[in-house]
Design a protein around this ligand. Structure first.
Ligand code: F6R
Length: 242
């Protein structure tokens, strides 16, 4: 596991963007696995900046997003489809027909089939971007007695609902379930880049970096089994998790 410790969150975002830019410079038709959430949010402006400066060309990429809330209308401002359109796809001139963000409105069985097709019909993900939840989730794979390998519907952990209520009017408005890539889907990516910041991520980062345990109770610890993972954290988080 490679760990990049930066001065602050801004630098972490730049470092993560650099990983993605380098990937696309090396392989213009890269398939990117993309994440939403508060931490990943400030990575996208660096990608857009590089695109506008002509440093990188995203016109050949394809992408698949990790997850979406069940019941969420893709047209809603809170949807991950809209998040991606606003922050990355539209400002970076990306052809949206080459992108996939799961829909939380379609019948689950149909959406799972489509998600699998987008993941596996063509080529595998070259680089998967990840955030990590306070629960230790990656994608929306929540802690429990067992984890699920493939695309599935996941009941969100109470801590995830509490953490994500900042994006909604009230905790009651946070959807209770999500469609998500499974742990096995995430682990099949060639390369994984995880970004984390903030005091509430200390226990998870500690479990990831300072001991050798792999446990379903902290799903992110599964990443210890992957061959090419880069964890990008700022000095404050590194010190607290140290
Ligand atoms: C988002 C996703 C989630 C988030 C995680 C961290 O697509 O898959 O795993 O990365 O919940 O979210 P923030 O950064 O808001 O703490």
């Amino acid at each position: 596991m490679r760990v990049i410790v930066t001065k602050n969150y801004e630098e972490s975002c730049q470092a993560v963007a650099n990983e993605i830019i380098t990937q696309v410079q090396k392989k213009s038709d890269s398939k990117l696995g993309l994440a939403t959430g508060g931490t990943a949010e400030q990575v996208y402006p660096y990608l857009v900046k590089a695109y506008k400066e002509g440093t990188v060309d995203f016109s050949q990429i394809t992408s698949v997003n990790l997850d979406e809330y069940i019941g969420m209308d893709p047209e809603s401002p809170q949807s991950y489809r809209q998040y991606m359109a606003d922050r990355f796809f539209d400002p970076a001139g990306i052809d949206k027909t080459k992108t996939y963000v799961p829909s939380g409105l379609t019948k689950a069985e149909d959406e799972i089939a489509l998600f699998n097709e987008k993941l596996y019909a063509d080529k595998m993900i070259d680089l998967q971007l990840l955030g990590v939840g306070v629960s230790g989730h990656i994608g929306f794979n929540e802690p429990g007695e067992k984890l699920t390998s493939g695309v599935h519907i996941e009941k969100l952990d109470d801590s995830t609902i509490a953490a994500n209520s900042r994006f909604f009017d009230s905790p009651d408005d946070v959807p209770k379930e999500a469609i998500t890539m499974g742990i096995g889907d995430i682990m099949k990516a060639e390369k994984i880049v995880l970004i984390a910041t903030g005091e509430n991520k200390v226990p998870v980062i500690k479990a990831l970096l300072t001991d050798d345990e792999i446990t379903c109770k902290i799903p992110a610890t599964m990443l210890k089994m992957h061959r090419d993972v880069t964890i990008v954290i700022d000095a404050e988080l590194a010190k607290a998790a140290g």
